[in-house]
Design a protein around this ligand. Structure first.
Ligand SMILES: [Zn+2]
Ligand SMILES: [Zn+2]
Length: 421
């Protein structure tokens, strides 16, 4: 299994695909799971398309489908995806028992991978072959652990009861993918739910059964539409979208902090105008809000809308706001936290257990967790410590591959504990 896990990881690392374009990745996952006798759901059986956020336009999608097929995706499986990536696989043991779901995210980052001689994917020959995309967060490792766990379940089905659902989620980056899976109802009857992440400032051998400090977040793409005009001959005929967006950017960052807790706002991109002597007709601004609680994020979002609409009104331009990502905060359930702790204590490769580890960012597993909890199920989010070569999302990111075995052990032991006969 050790070698298998590494092979999976390195293959996904070599062919990374970013959110909503994981056609090759989805195809490989589906093929493996079909081989292990899962009920394999694809396309609109996985995704409720009305809740899809931040998906690229159709021409872009088609381009990625073609690349995926060139890079080894199965054409028939790709056709079944109907343009939507991700896999939900179900194993029903036929024996009464709990329903347990595990979530593994599968997308890569929009980062050009390092070409440095000290970067292991270079020296060992598995650097990304796709320009501007890289597995810089470790989701290649998550996917590998998921497939290893899938094999274990299939081969030990005689020892198991209840139902096991494996969710291979697209588009975690930018918190775009989970909502569309949650709304499809896959989690409505789940008793136990576990998701997790490798790395995250925990060294190899560390384990945390509980993540805290999830920030609720909303991602917005805003388009300001004005009117172009000759900047010398007839400036008054123009409506300046650039100035509207610039005014918005400055004032978004002036939204007051809140006495009830931490908030964040970032305007991460602003593209405007077309030429020196033209009144700018178009501006596109990308921003995100965050809050320690859903309420605090709502506060930031509400103020952000006021600033955006105010800036548009001030410059007499039109505005279009698209929500391209959203996640809430999350609470891990004590019952599942103690079960995961007990499992980790039984695995000698874990030498340190951190009872509570802060995420300090956003994760749309929170959306899936909330769905499970809404129906009375228990959920947790765990951390698998791993030495990393550079920070998450950095072009030199790489992780200690021994985490793959530790992850495999944690997830398969959880299967045994929760669904063992
Ligand atoms: Zn990430
Ligand atoms: Zn990640």
């Amino acid at each position: 299994m050790k070698e298998q896990l590494r092979n999976y990881r390195r293959d996904f690392h070599k062919y990374p695909e970013s959110g909503w374009t994981e056609f090759r990745t989805t195809s490989i996952i589906a093929e493996v799971l079909m081989g292990f006798n899962y009920i394999v759901l694809l396309g609109k059986d996985v995704i409720d398309e009305s809740f899809v956020m931040g998906r690229p336009g159709e021409p872009e999608i088609q381009k990625h489908i073609q690349r995926a097929i060139r890079q080894g995706a199965d054409e028939e499986i790709v056709n079944k995806m109907e343009g939507y990536t991700g896999v939900v696989a179900i194993m029903d043991t036929g024996r009464p028992g709990p329903t347990t779901a595990f979530r593994f995210d599968i997308d890569a980052n929009d980062v050009e991978e390092s070409t440095s001689d000290s970067h292991r994917p270079i020296t060992e020959g598995f650097r990304s072959l796709n320009p501007d995309v890289m597995h810089a967060c470790g989701h290649d490792g998550h996917t590998a652990i998921g497939l290893g766990t899938a094999e274990y379940i299939s081969k030990n089905i005689d020892q198991l009861k209840g139902k096991i659902i494996l969710i291979f989620q697209p588009a975690e980056e930018g918190v775009r993918g989970a909502r569309a899976i949650a709304e499809k109802g896959h989690l409505d009857k789940v008793d136990y739910f576990v998701a997790g992440h490798l790395g995250f400032n925990l060294d190899s051998g560390y384990f945390s059964p509980r993540a805290s400090g999830f920030l609720a977040t909303t991602k917005l793409d805003v388009t300001f539409k004005g009117n172009s005009a000759h900047a010398g001959a007839e400036p008054e005929a123009g409506k300046n979208a650039l100035l509207a967006a610039a005014a918005a950017a400055i004032n978004l960052h002036a939204i007051s902090s809140h006495s009830k807790g931490a908030t964040r706002l970032n305007v991460g991109q602003l593209i405007a105008g077309s030429g020196r002597n033209v009144i700018p007709e178009l501006a596109v601004l990308k921003l995100e809000t965050r809050g320690e609680s859903t309420e605090l994020n709502e506060y930031m979002l509400d103020k952000a809308y006021k600033v955006l609409n105010g800036a548009a009104a001030m410059y007499d331009v039109e505005i279009d706001v698209k929500k391209v990502g959203e996640a809430g905060t999350a609470e891990c359930d004590d019952e599942l936290v103690s079960i995961m702790t007990e499992i980790a204590i039984g695995i000698p490769e874990f030498n340190t257990i951190v009872q509570d580890h802060k995420l300090g960012g956003s994760e749309d597993a929170s959306v899936l967790m909330a769905k499970v909890q809404e129906h009375g199920g228990k959920a947790t989010y765990v951390f698998l410590g791993s030495k990393i070569a550079a920070g998450h999302h950095n072009s030199k990111f790489d992780f200690d591959e021994s985490v793959l075995e530790r992850g495999y052990k944690i997830f398969t032991q959880a299967v045994k504990k929760l669904n063992g006969v």
